[in-house]
Design a protein around this ligand. Structure first.
Ligand SMILES: [Zn+2]
Length: 186
């Protein structure tokens, strides 16, 4: 199985959501989790390609950054596409984990359920479920099952603590969710 990993946002151009108290940046957390997920998947023989960039699609307006994430995943014929993000509510009160997919009823939903249950059971985060977000570029233009993981809320103090201190557990849970999916579809 070929897994395309896309840590959200961009280390140079777009930090994503930022915790207003400690300055924790979504792009940095996503990068750390992504590298660990890649390590765990490679360790069990799963092929990966990973890119973190705000250049998502050829019409994104960032054509100067040459390689667009979704185009690369499609050209590589990835079996699944996994985008890694942190959520933010703006109030600091919302907490928990959710998965975002293009639409219910297919392998994207199966993949999302596998990842969701691994994260929620191992990190004990609030289960916000799987939701449809058909407008998201990485879900709309990918030609394979795709999920956008909202690991936890970076602007909530308890969730932010987990993101900073249990980074490895998030990565292990995501990797296990992907291998659970692989078992389901074989
Ligand atoms: Zn994000």
């Amino acid at each position: 199985m070929k897994v395309y990993l896309n840590p959200g946002h961009d280390l140079d151009y777009d930090p994503g959501a930022v915790n207003p108290i400690n300055g924790l940046k979504e792009a940095n957390i996503a990068s750390k989790i992504g590298k660990l997920v890649e390590k765990y998947l490679n360790a069990v023989g799963i092929e990966t390609k990973m890119r973190q960039s705000d250049n998502l699609y050829y019409d994104s307006g960032y054509a100067d950054r040459k390689i667009a994430v979704v185009q690369e995943a499609n050209d590589w014929n990835a079996d699944i596409f996994v985008s890694i993000h942190c959520n933010a509510s703006g109030t600091g009160r919302a907490r928990g984990t959710e998965q975002e997919i293009y639409s219910f009823g297919g392998d994207s939903e199966l993949l999302a359920n596998c990842i969701q249950s691994q994260i929620v059971s191992s990190l004990n985060t609030i289960d916000r479920g799987v939701k449809e977000y058909p407008g998201l570029i990485v879900l709309k233009h990918t030609s394979m099952p795709a999920v956008l993981i909202e690991t936890a809320f970076i602007d909530n103090s308890e969730d932010a603590y987990l993101l900073e201190n249990a980074t490895d557990e998030f990565a292990r849970a995501i990797a296990r969710g992907i291998t659970d999916y692989q078992c389901e579809i074989l």
